[in-house]
Design a binder for this molecule. Structure first.
Ligand code: ZDP
Length: 279
C-alpha cells in the first residue's frame, strides 16, 4: 500500500490515496490505523487518512485516530488533503468539496505568486446543543459549566465541529497537567462518545495559546477542529473576538467565526515523505 506522510503544524497523518487509483485495503481500517500509526512499530502518526471516490462530492475522506477509532472530521488533515489534491492536479479546482462523516467540507488552496501558501477551509457551523456534542445532561448550551473530574472542578464549554470538543480556559497553557487532565476529561462519563480537550490561555481578544489532548490520539501538537471550537468558546464566554490567531507549539492557525455562522480556518500543510506499507 502506497502512503504519504503529511502534517499540519506537527499534527501528523499517514495519507492513503485510494481515490486516484483503488488500493488494496485491509477489511479493518481501524486495525490498520493502530498498526501504521504506532510510533515504534509502524510509520508513526496521530491518525490515518483514507481518500476514496465520493458519490456526493469531489472526494471522500475517512479519518482514523491512532487508537483505531474513526472520527467525523479533522481540520489539519483536510488541509493536507487539499494540498495533495491540488499538487497532484486531481481535481483542477481551487475549492474542493470533501465528503466527511460530519458533512461536506470545502477547503480552498491559497497561492502567493503562483506558489502554495496555505489552505483556507470552510469548516461549517458549530453545533452547540448539548445533545449534538454529545454530552450528558439537560438540553441547552454548555458554557462555563462546572464539571467534576476526580477531585477537581473544571469550568467547561462544549462545542461540536462534527466531532466533540471540551474547551477549558486556563491562566497558563504551558502549566496544564495535560497528560492527567486530558485523558480524565476525554473519558469522563459526561461524554458518551469521549471528547477532544482544549486547554486555552487567552492572550488578548484576538490571540490565544492552546494545548490539546485529542480523543483517540493523546497529546498532539495541533488540532484544527479544536482551534475552531476554542474560538467559538472564547466568543461565547466574552473572552475573545470572532477572528482569532490560535498559537500552537509549531505555529498558528487563523480562525474566523463569520457572520454566516461558519468557521473559516486558515493554516499550513506539509508533505514529508512517501513510502509503501505491507497490508
Ligand atoms: O475527533 C477526534 O477524534 C479527533 N481526534 C480527530 C482528529 C482531529 C484533528 N486533529 C483536527 O485537526 O481536527 C485531525
Amino acid at each position: 500500500m502506497e502512503f504519504r506522510k503529511v502534517h499540519g503544524l506537527g499534527n501528523d497523518f499517514v495519507l492513503v490515496d485510494s481515490f486516484r487509483r483503488r488500493q488494496e485495503l485491509p477489511a479493518s481500517l481501524g486495525e490498520l490505523a493502530k498498526r501504521i500509526c504506532h510510533r515504534q512499530l509502524g510509520v508513526g502518526a496521530d491518525g490515518l487518512v483514507i481518500l476514496l471516490p465520493s458519490a456526493e462530492a469531489d472526494v471522500r475522506m475517512r479519518i482514523f485516530n491512532a487508537d483505531g477509532s474513526e472520527a467525523q472530521m479533522c481540520g489539519n488533515a483536510i488541509r493536507c488533503v487539499a494540498r495533495y489534491l491540488y499538487e497532484q492536479g486531481l481535481t483542477g479546482k481551487d475549492v474542493v468539496a470533501v465528503e466527511t462523516l460530519a458533512g461536506v467540507v470545502r477547503p480552498q488552496v491559497i497561492l502567493e505568486n503562483g506558489r502554495f501558501a496555505g489552505v483556507r477551509v470552510d469548516m461549517g457551523e458549530p453545533r452547540l446543543e448539548r445533545s449534538q456534542i454529545p454530552m450528558a445532561g439537560p438540553s441547552g448550551w454548555v458554557i462555563a459549566e462546572p464539571l467534576l473530574v476526580g477531585d477537581h472542578v473544571f469550568n467547561v464549554t462544549a462545542v461540536s465541529m462534527g466531532n466533540p470538543h471540551c474547551v477549558v480556559f486556563v491562566p497558563d497553557a504551558e502549566r496544564v497537567a495535560l497528560r492527567e487532565a486530558g485523558p480524565a476529561i476525554e473519558h469522563h462519563p459526561a461524554f458518551p462518545q469521549r471528547t477532544n480537550v482544549e486547554f486555552v490561555q487567552v492572550l488578548n481578544p484576538e490571540e490565544m495559546k492552546m494545548r490539546v489532548w485529542e480523543r483517540g490520539a493523546g497529546a498532539t501538537l495541533a488540532c484544527g477542529t479544536g482551534a475552531c471550537a476554542a474560538v467559538v468558546a472564547g466568543s461565547l464566554n466574552g473572552l475573545t473576538e470572532r477572528r482569532v490567531t490560535v498559537h500552537l507549539p509549531l505555529g498558528s492557525l487563523f480562525i474566523e467565526w463569520a457572520s454566516d455562522n461558519h468557521l473559516y480556518m486558515t493554516g499550513p500543510a506539509e508533505e514529508v515523505f512517501t513510502g509503501t506499507y505491507p497490508v
